[in-house]
Design a protein around this ligand. Structure first.
Ligand SMILES: Nc1nc2c(c(=O)[nH]1)N[C@H]1C(S)=C(S)[C@@H](COP(=O)(O)OP(=O)(O)OC[C@H]3O[C@@H](n4cnc5c(=O)[nH]c(N)nc54)[C@H](O)[C@@H]3O)O[C@H]1N2
Ligand SMILES: Nc1nc2c(c(=O)[nH]1)N[C@H]1C(S)=C(S)[C@@H](COP(=O)(O)OP(=O)(O)OC[C@H]3O[C@@H](n4cnc5c(=O)[nH]c(N)nc54)[C@H](O)[C@@H]3O)O[C@H]1N2
Ligand code: SF4
Ligand SMILES: [Mo]
Length: 819
C-alpha cells in the first residue's frame, strides 16, 4: 500500500548493501532486477551510497539512482529485520532497467511484519481438526498425508491419487520445484491422473507445433528489433509481456517494422502500436471470435499461390512425403509435405473474409506484409508471436499448425528477425522424468473428479476454483466430496492417528475426496482442503527458470520465508521421506524403495539431482557469475569462465522436437471446421454476448497477491466486464454496476466498465478473480487432446446491483491513449 503511505522519504541504499540477482518471477519475460538488503539501523548518505552518485545534485531524467516506494519493504533475513529494495537492473538485456506495474511492486508484495504487507501468507502447516484448520508441525501434517495417500496407492496402481501441479518456472515452479514434484509423481510413482495448473489434463499447449518439429520458444527477443513485420496473434503484449513490448517490439517498430494484429478485440496493444509505428503501419484484423484457422489457411494459400515461399528451405528442411503422420485420435490433422498442406488447407481470401468477418483486401494486405518480397527481391523477415487467444481458442491443434505453416513456408523459423513463438505465460522451468505413461490424449481430470474419480488429491500452486473451466460444477462437486471427508474427520474428533486414517479412508471409499493443498496463501480451493502446506516463493529460496527466449537465470535468495514455509521441492522431498517410512512400517519394503533418493537438504541439492544431472556444466555458482543476463538454453558448454548458450533455435535447419531422426519439419494439413469444441456452437446460437476473457496489466493471475494489495484492490475491487455503451444502456447498466453473466453451464459476476471501442455484443472479462470466476460460464467441452477453450464463451447479461461503495469511486476512463 505504499502508493498512499504519504511517504516523503525512503532510506538511501548504503554503498555496502548486499546485492542479489533477481529475475522477476511473474511473467515469461523475466526482467532483471537487483535486490539490495541492509540492516535497519543503517543507511547511505547523499555522498556515500550504492549508486556512486552525489544525490544532493539533481539527477538526469534517465537516472538509475532512485527507487519508488513500491520497490521498498522491511523483511526478515536470517531472522533479522532488514531494509529491502528490489529495483530494475539497467544492465539486464531483457528489460534495460524498465520495470512494470507488476514487477516494480515485488518488494511491496513481500510478507513483512513491520510494514504489514501480505499478512495472508501461510506460516504453518494446517490440518483440519475440531471443525476448522489447526496449525501444526511438518512431521505431523506430512505423516497424515503420507498415511492416507499410502492407503489408496500401491506398487502397480496409483490411479486413485490425483495430482494438480504447476509445470512452469518463475512464480511457483522453476527447475528445482518441477523436479521435486516430478521425481515424486513420475519417478517414485507413475501417476497418470494428473493435470497442469492451467488446463484439465497433463498435455501440451502446442501439440501441433511440437509434432511439426518446432519448439515453441525458438527466437531471441532481439529478433523483434531487426524484423520487417511483427505478426501478433491472440496476444496483448503491452499488458501481458510488458517489457518485451516496450524494450524489444517498440524498438523494432521504430526501426521500421510493420505490425499485424489478429484479435477480435481492440486491445491497448493495438492502440500502443498505432501510436509508436503510425496507424498506417498497423493492421488490426478484427476477426470473429474463433475464426483464426480460416484466416491462416487463406494467408498460407495466398502466399503459396503468389510464390512468396522459401523454396530452398522447403526443399532442404521439410519432409517431402505427402503424409508422414496421418490424422488419428492423437493427431487431429495430417502432417506431411508443403504441397500436401497447400492442398489440404486451400481457402481463398474471399472465403476467409466471409468466415472471419474482415475485408478480403485486408487479408491480402496481411499476406503482403508477411511475405511479399521487397523491391530489391529480398525476402521479408517476419516474427510470428501468439499466445492465449489461440492456445485457449478454437481448434487449438489445427490453428497453431496453420500459423506455423506460414512461418515455415516463408523460411522464418531459425532466422534472424524471424521465429514462430509462443509469447508465453509464466517463465519456464520444466525438468521432470518422462510423462509418457500419462498417454495421449491424456485423461480429462476435472471430468473424472466431477464423476467421482480419485480418492486423494494433491494440489501444487494452483486454484481451480478461480481458474478452471466448467468451474461452477467443479466447485459444487469438489465441495460435496471434500465435505464428506471433513464430516468424517469431525466425527472422529479425539481419535488416534490410526483411527483417524481409518475414518478418512472409509470416507474416500464412499465417494469422498481427501484434499492436500500446497500453496503460499489459503486459497479458494484451499477452503476445501484437509491439509494445507505452506510453500515459500521465489526470493525466499534460490530458484532457476528460463524466460521466453530461453534465458536461464538464478534468483538468489534474499529473504526468509514466512514461519515454517519451505521450498516446494523440499516439501516434495519430505513427503517422499514420509511415504517411504510409512510404507516400510506397513511391510511394503519393495514399494518403499521407490521413494528413496530424497535426501535433499537445500533447493540446490534438488537442482543438482535434477536439471544439473542432464546439464552438468550448469551450477549455481556459474549462474551467479552469469548474473541477470544468464545464458540462453540449450547450454552448449563452459569455457573461459562463461556458460555458452544458444541465441536462437534451428539456425542449422534441423528440426527434432517431434523426435524424428530425419530432422525435417512437417507441414499441417487441416481444413476450417467451425467451432470445434463440443457445446460451443449451441452456446453461441443461444446467447447474445461473447464473453471474451483474459488479462489486464495490473492483475497478476488469480489475484493471489493482488487481493491483499491495496494498490490493486482499490483499482479493481472486482473483475471488470468491458462492454459497449449502447449494449449497456439497453440492459440498464452503468459504470461500476454489478452484472450477472449467465448461460447454460453457470453464472458469475463482474463490474461493468463501459468501453466505446468494444464491438456490439462482444464483452471482455478479466479471468481468475476471487470475486468473479469467468470459468463458471466456460463449458466443459474442450478441443481435441483436451485443450480448454476458455476464450469462446457466450452468455447473457443482467443487472444484479448498483455499483458497490468500493466501485462507485473508481475511474472508468477508456484505456485508449494518444501520445
Ligand atoms: N498483466 C499480466 N500479465 C500476464 C499474466 C497476468 O495474469 N497478468 N499472466 C501470464 C500468463 S500465465 C499468460 S498465459 C499470458 C497470457 O497472455 P495473453 O495471451 O496475451 O493474454 P490474454 O489476455 O489471456 O489473451 C490475449 C488476447 O486473446 C484475445 N482473443 C480472444 N479470443 C480470440 C480469438 O478467437 N482469436 C484471437 N486471435 N484472439 C483472441 C483476447 O481478446 C486477448 O486480447 O500472460 C502472462 N502475463
Ligand atoms: N477463463 C479463463 N481461464 C483461464 C485462463 C484464461 O485465459 N481464461 N488462462 C489459464 C492460464 S494461461 C493460467 S496460467 C491459469 C492460471 O491458473 P492458476 O495456476 O490456478 O493461477 P495462478 O494464479 O497462477 O495460481 C497460483 C497459485 O499458486 C500459489 N503460489 C504462488 N507462488 C507459489 C509457490 O512458490 N509455491 C506454491 N506452492 N504456491 C504458490 C498462489 O497463491 C496461487 O494460489 O488460468 C487458466 N484459466
Ligand atoms: S514484464 Fe513481466 S517479468 Fe518484466 S517486470 Fe513485468 S511482470 Fe516482471
Ligand atoms: Mo498461463
Amino acid at each position: 500500500m505504499t502508493y498512499k503511505r504519504q511517504i516523503d522519504r525512503l532510506p538511501i541504499i548504503p554503498a555496502d548493501a548486499k546485492v542479489h540477482n533477481v529475475t522477476c518471477h511473474y511473467c515469461i519475460v523475466g526482467c532483471g532486477y537487483k535486490a539490495y538488503t541492509w540492516p535497519t539501523n543503517k543507511q547511505g548518505t547523499a555522498q556515500s551510497n550504492w549508486s556512486g552518485e552525489d544525490l544532493s545534485q539533481q539527477q538526469p531524467m534517465e537516472t538509475d539512482a532512485w527507487y519508488a516506494p513500491s520497490m521498498y519493504n522491511v523483511v526478515k533475513q536470517n531472522g533479522q529485520n532488514v531494509h529491502l529494495v528490489i529495483k530494475p537492473d539497467s544492465d539486464c538485456v531483457v528489460n534495460s532497467g524498465l520495470g512494470s506495474v507488476r514487477g516494480a511492486r515485488m518488494a511491496e508484495n513481500r510478507r513483512s511484519d513491520v510494514s504489514g504487507t501480505q499478512q495472508q501468507r501461510l506460516t504453518d502447516p494446517l490440518v483440519w481438526r475440531y471443525g476448522t484448520w489447526q496449525p501444526t508441525t511438518w512431521d505431523d501434517a506430512l505423516d497424515l498425508v503420507a498415511r492416507v495417500t499410502a492407503r489408496v496407492i500401491d506398487k502397480d496402481n496409483e490411479n486413485d491419487l490425483y495430482v494438480s501441479m504447476f509445470d512452469h518456472g518463475g512464480s511457483a515452479g522453476g527447475y528445482e520445484n518441477t523436479w521435486g514434484t516430478g521425481k515424486l509423481y513420475f519417478g517414485s510413482m507413475k501417476v497418470k491422473h494428473c493435470r497442469i495448473h492451467n488446463r484439465p489434463a497433463y498435455n501440451s499447449e502446442v501439440h501441433s507445433s511440437r509434432d511439426m518439429g518446432v519448439d515453441e520458444l525458438n527466437y531471441a527477443y532481439s529478433d523483434y528489433e531487426v524484423t520487417d513485420t511483427i505478426f501478433l496473434i491472440g496476444a496483448n503484449p503491452i499488458e501481458t509481456q510488458t517489457n518485451l513490448f516496450l524494450n524489444h517490439m517498440m524498438p523494432g517498430m521504430r526501426n521500421g517494422a510493420k505490425v499485424l494484429i489478429v484479435d477480435p478485440r481492440r486491445t491497448v496493444t493495438t492502440n500502443a502500436c498505432e501510436e509508436v509505428a503510425g496507424a498506417e503501419n498497423v493492421l488490426h484484423l478484427q476477426i470473429n471470435s474463433g475464426t483464426d484457422l480460416a484466416l491462416f489457411n487463406a494467408l498460407f494459400t495466398h502466399i503459396a499461390d503468389q510464390g512468396w515461399v522459401d523454396q530452398d528451405f522447403i526443399a532442404q528442411h521439410s519432409i517431402q512425403e505427402a503424409v508422414a503422420v496421418p490424422e488419428d485420435a492423437a493427431h487431429p490433422a495430417n502432417l506431411g509435405s508443403f504441397e500436401a498442406a497447400r492442398e489440404g488447407c486451400r481457402l481463398s481470401a474471399a472465403e476467409a473474409a466471409e468466415v472471419c468477418g474482415v475485408p478480403e483486401a485486408d487479408i491480402v494486405k496481411a499476406a503482403e506484409w508477411i511475405a511479399k518480397p521487397k523491391e530489391d527481391g529480398s525476402r521479408r523477415k517476419c516474427v510470428t508471436a501468439y499466445e492465449k487467444g489461440i492456445i485457449w481458442g478454437n481448434d487449438n491443434y489445427r490453428t497453431i499448425g496453420a500459423l506455423l505453416n506460414i512461418a515455415l513456408a516463408t523460411g522464418n523459423v531459425g532466422r534472424e528477425g524471424g521465429g514462430c513463438c509462443r509469447l508465453g505465460g509464466h517463465q519456464e522451468g520444466y525438468f521432470r522424468p518422462s510423462d509418457a505413461h500419462v498417454g495421449r490424449p491424456a485423461p480429462y481430470i476435472d471430468e473424472l473428479i466431477i464423476g467421482g474419480g480419485g480418492k486423494v488429491h494433491h494440489i501444487w500452486a494452483n486454484d481451480h476454483y478461480k481458474t478452471t473451466l466448467n468451474a461452477n460444477t467443479f466447485k459444487r462437486e469438489y465441495n460435496r466430496r471434500t465435505n464428506i471427508v471433513k464430516a468424517a474427520m469431525d466425527a472422529a474428533v479425539g481419535a488416534t492417528r490410526d483411527e483417524l486414517v481409518d475414518a478418512i479412508v472409509a470416507a474416500v471409499e464412499s465417494g469422498g475426496l481427501f484434499s492436500v493443498n500446497v500453496d503460499i496463501i489459503h486459497s479458494q480451493i484451499g477452503q476445501a482442503a484437509h491439509v494445507i502446506l505452506p510453500a515459500v516463493e521465489s526470493g525466499e529460496m534460490n530458484l532457476t527458470s528460463m524466460n521466453g527466449e530461453r534465458r536461464l537465470r538464478l534468483v538468489e535468495k534474499y529473504m526468509d520465508g514466512p514461519g515454517q514455509a519451505m521450498p516446494d521441492c523440499l516439501i516434495a522431498a519430505r513427503l517422499a521421506n514420509h511415504l517411504e517410512r510409512v510404507l516400510r512400517e506397513d511391510g511394503r519394503a519393495d514399494y518403499a524403495e521407490q521413494f528413496t533418493g530424497f535426501g535433499w537438504q537445500t533447493e540446490e541439492d534438488a537442482f543438482m539431482d535434477g536439471y544439473a544431472s542432464a546439464n552438468p556444466e550448469v551450477t549455481y555458482e556459474r549462474l551467479r557469475a552469469a548474473g541477470n543476463n544468464g545464458v540462453q538454453e540449450p547450454v552448449t558448454g563452459y569455457a573461459n569462465g562463461q556458460l555458452a548458450g544458444t541465441t536462437r533455435l534451428y539456425e542449422d535447419g534441423v528440426f527434432k522436437r517431434h523426435g524424428r531422426e530425419d530432422g525435417k519439419a512437417l507441414f499441417m494439413s487441416g481444413t476450417w471446421r467451425g467451432l470445434e469444441a463440443p457445446g460451443k456452437e449451441e452456446q453461441r446460437s443461444n446467447h447474445r454476448f461473447l464473453i471474451n476473457n483474459g488479462r489486464s496489466n495490473i492483475n497478476w493471475q488469480n489475484w493471489f497477491l493482488d487481493q491483499d494489495n491495496d494498490f490493486v484492490a482499490d483499482r479493481f475491487p472486482m473483475p471488470i466486464l468491458q462492454i459497449n455503451p449502447d449494449d449497456a444502456a439497453e440492459l440498464g447498466l452503468k459504470n461500476g454496476d454489478l452484472a450477472e453473466i449467465h448461460n447454460d453451464v453457470g453464472a458469475t459476476q463482474a463490474m461493468v466498465y463501459l468501453e466505446p471501442t468494444a464491438r456490439r455484443n462482444e464483452t471482455f472479462m478479466i479471468f481468475g478473480a476471487p470475486s468473479g470466476t469467468q470459468g463458471n460460464v466456460t463449458n466443459a467441452g474442450t478441443n481435441t487432446l483436451i485443450l480448454p477453450n476458455y476464450k469462446q464463451t457466450w452468455g447473457n447479461i443482467r443487472k444484479l446491483a448498483d455499483a458497490t461503495e468500493a466501485a462507485a469511486r473508481l475511474s472508468f476512463k477508456s484505456w485508449e491513449v494518444e501520445l
